[in-house]
Design a protein around this ligand. Structure first.
Ligand code: DOR
Ligand code: ZN
Length: 347
């Protein structure tokens, strides 16, 4: 059987939600990844170190004891974030970054930032204290075509930001365009990007394959195939500026299959196998370990994991759904065959 042993990977961009649905999704990640950077877009958002640590405790409380999973927390940047909070975050090992959502860009982004000028002192403090900024890179202006939101963001928001803060460490999250790949490649080591499995495996045709596909709806939107190819080339390039961040984002089925459905794709149950599939298709399985397990910790200035994990080419069927509170969540590739599996248990 085809086998691939890797340093245990980390997920550098993950949505775990909270309350009764947290326990429904956390094991999917904890059973494979050693660490995950947990997004703060709860309702209300996680804006302080105290809230982040309380959320972390709730996560740890529902992780089965056999896993040594380490949740790494983020703060949600708002126009009320203080410099003191940035310093508190810097002094707390389990808070690793601050997340910038442009107000209105995506799920629970209402408390996001309307104008970066309003958080200028915070960005200065983050640069001074070496705390990374994680960016949802899309403009929200109504006149901008939804497929162009990332490209326009890079030109009009990100580039001026990096000109003003040349030493701020920035992760452009879940990139979806060739322009983003080119831009990240053109900048220094303080700018990196995460790539999701779904943006490597899908393009915008998959949103409309025989009918509208709400479970393929995510933000930033899937783009045309040429962009998908550029993302795959970046992921498999061996360039440490590109690393794994699933953006696994579970929503209750009733809110996905809805007249105004939520954005988010739940990839966690097969995250690493999905990346393995994409890398294999690109003939680059040998590049998976760097992308999944080395470049993320290097960027975050954290140690690489010492444990290993084994992927086996041993097909299995993704369930049609998982329980999710009183509802269900439909995973990516529901009911389909997944070629790779993580040999378990990982302890
Ligand atoms: O598709 C997405 N879902 N994109 C995001 O930026 C947020 C996420 C979520 O929280 O559901
Ligand atoms: Zn996200």
């Amino acid at each position: 059987m085809q086998r691939l042993t890797l340093t245990q990977p980390d997920d550098w961009h993950l949505h775990l939600r909270d309350a009764e649905v947290l326990s429904a999704v956390v094991e999917a990640t904890a059973s494979c990844f050693k660490r995950a950077v947990v997004m703060p877009n709860l309702k209300p958002p996680v804006t302080t170190v105290e809230q982040a640590l309380a959320y972390r405790k709730r996560i740890l409380a529902v992780i089965p004891h056999k896993y040594q999973f380490i949740p790494l927390m983020t703060l949600y940047l708002t126009e009320n974030t203080s410099v003191e909070e940035i310093i508190r975050a810097k002094n707390q090992e389990f808070v690793v970054a601050v997340k910038y959502y442009p107000a209105g860009a995506t799920t629970h982004s209402e408390s996001g930032v309307t104008d970066l000028l309003k958080v200028w002192p915070i960005l200065e403090a983050m640069q001074t204290h070496n705390l990374p900024l994680l960016i949802h890179g899309e403009v929200t202006a109504k006149g901008v075509d939804v497929f162009d939101r990332e490209k326009i963001f890079i030109e009009y928001v990100l580039d001026p930001l990096l000109e003003n803060f040349p030493n701020l460490r920035v992760v452009l999250e879940h990139i979806t365009t060739e322009e983003a790949v080119i831009y990240v490649n053109s900048k220094g080591d303080n700018l990196a990007a995460t790539l999701t499995a779904h943006h490597l495996l899908l393009n915008r045709n998959d949103l409309f394959d025989g009918g509208i596909r709400p479970h393929h709806y995510c933000l930033p939107l899937l783009k045309r195939e040429s962009h998908q190819r550029a993302l795959l080339a970046a992921a498999t390039s061996g360039n440490p500026k590109f690393f794994l961040g699933t953006d696994s984002a579970p929503h209750a089925r009733q809110f996905k299959e809805h007249s105004c459905g939520c954005a988010g794709i739940y990839t966690a149950p097969a995250a690493l196998p999905l990346y393995a599939h994409a890398f294999e298709q690109a003939g680059a399985l040998d590049k998976l370990e760097g992308f999944a397990s080395h470049y993320g910790p290097d960027f975050y200035q954290l140690p690489r994991n010492t444990e290993t994990i084994t992927l086996e080419a041993s097909p299995w069927q993704m369930p049609d759904s998982f329980g999710f509170g009183t509802d269900q969540v439909i995973p990516f590739k529901a009911g389909e065959t997944i070629k790779w599996r993580v040999s378990r248990p990982i302890v």
